[in-house]
Write a protein of this length. Structure first.
Length: 574
RNA sequence: CGGGGCGUAGCGUAGUGGCUAGCGCGUCUGCUUUGGGAGCAGAAGACCGUGGGUUCGAGUCCCUCCGCCCCGACCA
């Protein structure tokens, strides 16, 4: 039993000034956590209980699925990460340190290497597979910008698991097993979430899904169709293409369009000078990018921006892209900033990638590759050919759902879990092979699955609070029942204590506010702030042999005879 | 890393270049009070983030660095 009189806890009357999101604000105010440095927190007793509860549920569900727990150090030598290439790839996000001898170490940001090497060290036959192992470990990432309190810290607890299979079919089975285990985990955690496809299937690449907990302070945006349930990461959203311009357009016509470096000015001049009656959507925007140093051109309708994240996610094999800058234009004089068009791409030796909306046969008003001039009737397939289609244009609320064409909504969420088919990247780099039935050496294929444990605490807090405090789901709360004794006499305290003891004997956890010196108001405020599911008040109505039972979430109150309160609570908490 | 904001007691804050840095909450002592963050009296608690400068005089003005928060870039 937790007792407020001795609990190491100090609640704050005011919101901490540097906390803006609800979970951060309330977890600090209610005394669950304390900030130590940017993105680094200490956990106080109540916080530890909540964190352990989340951990326990995650562990129970992993174990139930037959996965086995292991534990790696957080402090790791450089070698495995050098071998996998991530010592260099990870960049400044990796916390690096040296020991007294000057040898390089790191604080693990994620443990693919260690899992791979551990399996390599123990297993060598296909008959040992499939294998699923997991750990719950503190991870370290020197984020460029930690934010939103617990949601994105530099130190955080994560459950990460890995599956090892001989072939793709096995990997798919392992993936589905994990997917089901995640569904039961997040259901038990009391989280609302959507399972969102995280990579465009059409473009190949590994299968990957994210578990997103919707909430306004989330930092991930995703697309949701309220009719058919389609949900996708913005990067993975696919475009429904409508054919336009079915009739054959006239030949290209080059027009004088002085001072029209932007779509907006172009539309204005076209309409005023040429009575064109067009909108931004009738123009073609040509955005020059450097993809791993090579210039490419992305075509999107003029009314849409290019979403660089979508381009990057959908251009296979490209590691880094960035926009052309003034100095790049200076080097390549053939590209006239503000007047770029696709019709000379071959001549310029540049690759074209078109958003799917730029259908073959469609014609556009676009740059003439000459300053102050634009061209119209520039037709895809006749006047230019593209090297490929790529999902490039920004996704907007109201765009058509790829399944049912209903307008989609765009929502924000916290990524609480991620499952994906890793493939052979690490197995290859670290040479994890087994002998198959024919005695031939085969590289193992892996799946990687993560749950942000500390982040889940924050997400639960985000989804379960009101103006006055936290409202924990049953399995997460520090205690199921919060008992407040009021009044000056001994009797309410004695009655409250006996109720508490009886509840604990029945397996119901209790936080008993047994403070004599605190006023009733203080106790009520603290109870609401801390947010246990049920509140029992022993005081005034004791004269009639009653106590008050309140539901934190609904706010409903009920007078219950002392004798039946325990059985009533057991009922309510079922 | 770019842009913005902010560093004054445990928390929230006030402080035209001029006395001993003020207030609320919390903490401690005593009395009083017990169904909505009680009342009275008293007390402790501050290197005003750091270093430098301007000035007769700096919490206040200037510069450096550090830290924190927000937006963006970034983020298995």
């Amino acid at each position: 039993m937790l007792r407020m009189s001795t609990l190491f806890l100090r609640t704050l009357r005011d919101d901490p000034s540097d906390a803006s999101v609800a979970s951060h604000r309330l977890l600090v105010r209610a005394g669950y956590v304390r900030p130590i440095a940017a993105g680094i927190f200490s956990w106080l007793p109540l916080g530890v209980i909540v964190l352990r509860n989340v951990e326990r549920i995650v562990r129970e569900e992993m174990d139930r699925a037959g996965f086995q727990q292991v534990h790696f150090p957080a402090l790791l030598p450089k070698d495995p990460y050098e071998e996998s290439g991530r010592w260099d790839e990870y960049g400044p996000t990796l916390f690096r340190l040296k020991d007294r001898k000057g040898a390089d170490y790191l604080l693990g940001p994620t443990h693919e290497e260690m899992f791979t090497l551990m399996v390599k060290g123990e297993y060598s036959s296909y008959r040992d597979l499939p294998l699923h192992i997991y750990q719950i470990q503190t991870k370290y990432r020197d984020e460029a910008r930690p934010r939103s309190g617990i949601i994105r810290g530099r130190e955080f607890v994560m459950k990460d698991s890995y599956s090892f299979d001989l072939d793709d079919a096995g990997l798919e089975v392992s993936y589905q097993k994990h997917r089901l285990a995640y569904i039961s985990t997040f259901d038990r955690l009391g989280l609302k979430y959507n399972i969102v496809s995280a990579m465009a299937g059409a473009m190949g690449g590994s299968k990957s899904e994210e578990f997103l907990a919707p909430c306004p302070t989330g930092e991930d945006t995703y697309v949701l169709c309220k009719k058919c349930g389609y949900a996708a990461n913005v990067e993975a959203m696919t475009t429904v293409v409508k054919n336009k311009d079915l009739e054959t357009p006239p030949a290209i016509e080059v027009l004088d369009t002085p001072n029209t470096p932007t779509i907006e000015t172009l539309v204005e001049v076209m309409n005023k000078k040429y009575n064109a009656n067009i909108g931004a959507a009738d123009t073609l925007k040509n955005v020059l990018l450097l993809a791993d140093g090579e210039p490419i051109c992305i075509l999107v309708p003029g009314d849409r921006e290019v979403d660089l994240k979508r381009v990057e996610a959908n251009l296979p094999g490209v590691k880094e892209i960035r926009l052309f800058e003034d100095e790049d234009f200076a080097k390549r004089k053939e590209f006239v900033k503000g007047y770029v068009g696709p019709q000379d791409a071959k001549k310029f030796g540049i690759k074209l990638y078109a958003d799917p909306r730029i259908t073959v046969g469609s014609h556009w008003i676009t740059g003439a590759n000459i300053k102050d001039r634009h061209a119209r009737y520039v037709t895809h397939g006749r006047d230019f050919q593209v090297d490929g289609f790529v999902e490039a244009a920004e996704v907007r609320e109201g765009d058509a759902c790829p399944n049912c064409e209903t307008p989609v909504v765009i929502d924000r969420a916290i990524e609480i879990g991620h499952i994906f088919q890793l493939g052979r990247k690490y197995a290859e780099a670290l040479k994890l092979t087994v002998l198959d039935a024919a005695g031939k050496s085969r590289t193992v294929t892996m799946g990687s699955y993560g749950i942000g444990v500390t982040r889940a605490v924050a997400a639960i807090a985000e989804q379960n609070h009101d103006e006055i405090g936290l409202v924990w789901p049953k399995e997460i709360a520090p205690a199921l029942v919060h008992i407040v004794a009021t009044g000056k006499d001994e009797r309410p305290f004695e009655v409250a204590e006996s109720i508490a003891i009886e509840l604990e004997n029945k397996g119901i956890t209790v936080l008993f506010d047994d403070r004599k010196e605190a006023s009733p108001g203080v106790k009520f405020k603290d109870a609401e702030l801390i947010g246990n599911p049920m509140l029992v008040i022993v005081g005034k109505s004791l004269a009639d042999g009653n106590v008050e039972v309140r539901d934190r979430k609904s706010g409903s109150k009920e007078e219950v005879p002392v004798g039946s309160v325990v059985s009533q609570l057991i009922n309510l908490l079922k």
